[in-house]
Design a protein around this ligand. Structure first.
Ligand code: ZN
Length: 293
């Protein structure tokens, strides 16, 4: 069975794994994200040792934090580009890995990777078009059409759409350093913390914050419906695990759709199917596509 070297590259840790074609995680390790040479070097060392133990790799996949260069025609393909994370600006991720193993490397954002994995093995299986959203430290989203991530000049940044302010949510400026009260500025984990001093899941169930946050996320769902009409919208990430949040998002999306969109059904807004494995499995999907695009 083919083995793939998979990297889920996050801002605080890398999860590196050896994964089979079928998505079985043979071995994995967590490596703290310190500086590029150190962290990438440790990932390469671990993968080389793991391949020695379990057998040769067929390809590599990197699902990374961003912003990232994902256009193969550009010189910054495979790079983390304009990140504010100290030391990581303009870091070549795919190059050193490909060179160390002499193998094809798949590279995309963690969100696009997770979207691809959900479409292949998770809650979007069998659907022609899906949108995958993650609500956590940031808000991001990816769209998969016919088994491929939708790429424009770069990856989508749908967490930064403007949303209409909830009238019960006045007085909070929002925390996005670029836009203030964009969706991420109002509804990400840090925005919730800045406003109410607790995570959404720690607020009492009758706290108005639940409805406010659900309303903002529902606005993105309806924007997606208006723009691309996905077959399914999958919502993952830490904030999305708040009990009752998905139901509230569905209710508000249903109200906001106002019966206008043909065939729109809020029941198509669902939880992910892959849970905490979506990062490594995203990297697996990217590795497989690097081998057979
Ligand atoms: Zn923003």
């Amino acid at each position: 069975m083919a083995l793939y070297g998979c990297l889920e590259a996050g801002g605080t840790k890398f999860v590196v794994g050896l994964v089979t074609d079928a998505g079985e995680i043979v071995a994995s390790v967590r490596i703290p994200t310190t500086l590029p040479d150190e962290t990438l070097g440790a990932a390469i060392d671990w993968l080389q040792a793991a391949a020695g133990d379990h057998g040769p790799l067929s390809a590599l996949g990197i699902a990374t934090f961003g912003p990232a260069g994902i256009d193969r025609a550009r010189r910054d393909w495979g790079f983390i580009t304009s990140t504010p994370k100290p030391g990581w600006r303009q870091t070549d991720m795919a190059g050193p890995l490909g060179q160390a193993f002499g193998l094809p490397v798949g590279f995309d954002t963690d969100v696009n990777g997770a979207a691809l994995a959900e479409s292949r093995w998770g809650a979007g299986r069998g659907e022609r078009m899906l949108a995958y959203l993650t609500l956590g430290t940031g808000i991001g989203g990816g769209i998969v059409v016919d088994g491929h991530s939708l790429h424009g000049r770069t990856h989508s940044e749908m967490g930064h759409i403007a949303v209409r302010r909830d009238s019960a949510d006045g007085g909070f400026a929002g925390i996005c350093p670029f836009h203030g009260d964009c969706l991420e500025g109002l509804a990400s984990g840090p925005a919730i913390m800045a406003r109410w001093g607790r995570a959404l899941s720690d607020l009492p169930s009758d706290h108005p914050g639940h409805g406010i946050i659900a309303g903002y996320v529902a606005q993105l769902c309806i924007a997606l419906e208006a723009m691309v009409s996905p077959d399914r919208i999958i919502i993952g990430g830490g904030v999305a695990q708040t009990p009752g949040l998905l139901d509230r998002v569905r209710q508000r999306a249903d109200i906001r759709s106002a019966g206008y969109f043909p065939g729109f059904d809020a029941a198509r807004i669902v939880a992910p199917g892959l849970g905490s494995h979506s990062g490594l499995l995203g990297a697996l999907a990217l590795a497989q596509d690097a081998l057979a695009p």
